[in-house]
Design a protein around this ligand. Structure first.
Ligand code: 2RA
Length: 330
């Protein structure tokens, strides 16, 4: 098995390598792919030194799998070239997510939709992944009518330049601006570009991707996505109206029984999910579970996950692991 990591020098690329190592994902050959500018430089993985190669060189080697995290335009241009030589691409950008010909996968929810014909598989947006992963066991049991989500997103979601901006501001140094305003000591109700309807692209991703992953266009979703000066993970306040009434103890039990979900819900002891404690973890953390007393069948929840892990690298690696298992069992 030959595996390529495209965008190996980026924040998500680095996280993909950590996840591959932690999960001991088996492969015979690893291709670390970077921009022309970085090609030729070295990177160490599991104590072995690798030379970074270009996309052109990687495609010639026809890897079995390629995990892309190099932005939408690189994916649009290069994922089809890899697919043509037989590579299965798992793509972290938004390039293919809403294409009717491509699947948008959160393994715990819809990996069973994948077939050998799927050569470009889309990894959803980070803020969508953690929300749908936490909602899935509840959706199965009670059905979902409407979701109202507000996010509190880590600067790591915007990449290295944003982390640098925040840290430079914090240290009183001159900062190159990744955001239109200061981010340290601030909150920006603005992630990605504004659309004609007044929502941002990030908000529309949460709305449209949720419906696609749940394969249910009837679910009403509305979102406000917000950048906050933190690292370690995205947090979300989710208000979900179910089709049927629920029992709070059962909600907790269903979440506790779900692989990949950790319930941290003991307010009396100040226990609830936080980015600091979710950092570098693969799971999605859920807490502040409580009935919305203003409306029937409605639950409030607080969901936190490391956006570079389950929101990106972990989910992509899990897709590769799922496909590897399918191949073994074929
Ligand atoms: C963000 N959702 O946090 C993006 C990253 N894909 O900005």
């Amino acid at each position: 098995m030959k595996l390529a990591v495209v965008g190996a020098t980026g924040l998500v690329g680095g996280e993909i390598l950590e996840v591959l190592e932690e999960r001991n994902v088996p492969f015979d050959d690893l291709l670390l792919v970077a921009s022309e500018r970085s090609a030729g430089k070295k990177k160490v993985f599991k104590s072995k030194e690798y030379t970074l190669i270009t996309l052109e060189d990687a495609v010639k080697q026809a890897p079995d799998f390629a995990i892309f995290s190099a932005g939408g335009s690189t994916s649009l241009e290069w994922a089809p070239k890899f697919a043509e030589v037989g590579t299965t691409v798992v793509d972290n950008s938004s390039a293919w997510r809403m294409s009717p010909d491509h699947k948008l996968i959160v393994p715990e929810i819809n990996a069973s939709e994948l077939t050998a014909e799927d050569k470009i598989i889309a990894n959803p947006n980070c803020s969508t992944i953690q929300m749908v992963a936490a909602l899935e066991p509840l959706r199965e049991r009670y059905g979902i009518k409407r979701i109202v989500v507000s996010t509190y997103q880590s600067v790591t979601g915007s990449g290295k330049a944003a982390v640098d901006q925040m840290m430079n501001e914090r240290e009183g140094k001159a900062a190159d601006m990744c955001y239109p305003h200061k981010i340290d000591m601030n909150v920006l109700p603005h992630i990605d570009v504004f659309q004609e309807n007044g929502y941002t692209k990030e908000e529309m991703k949460m709305i449209n991707e949720t419906k696609k992953i749940f394969n249910d266009q009837s679910i009403a979703v509305t979102a406000t996505t917000v950048r906050i000066p933190t690292m370690g993970g995205h947090s979300e306040s989710v208000n979900v109206e179910f089709k049927e009434d629920f029992d709070l103890a059962e909600v907790k039990a269903l979440l506790e029984a779900t692989e990949g979900i950790i319930v941290q819900d003991d307010p009396a002891n100040n226990v609830y999910p936080m980015p600091l404690t979710a950092h570098k973890k693969d799971e999605v953390f859920v807490g502040r579970l409580r009935r919305d007393e203003s409306q029937a069948n409605t639950l409030n929840m607080w969901i936190v996950a490391d956006n570079l892990r389950k929101g990106a690298a972990t989910n992509a690696v899990q897709i590769v692991q799922y496909l590897q298992k399918q191949l073994e069992n074929a």
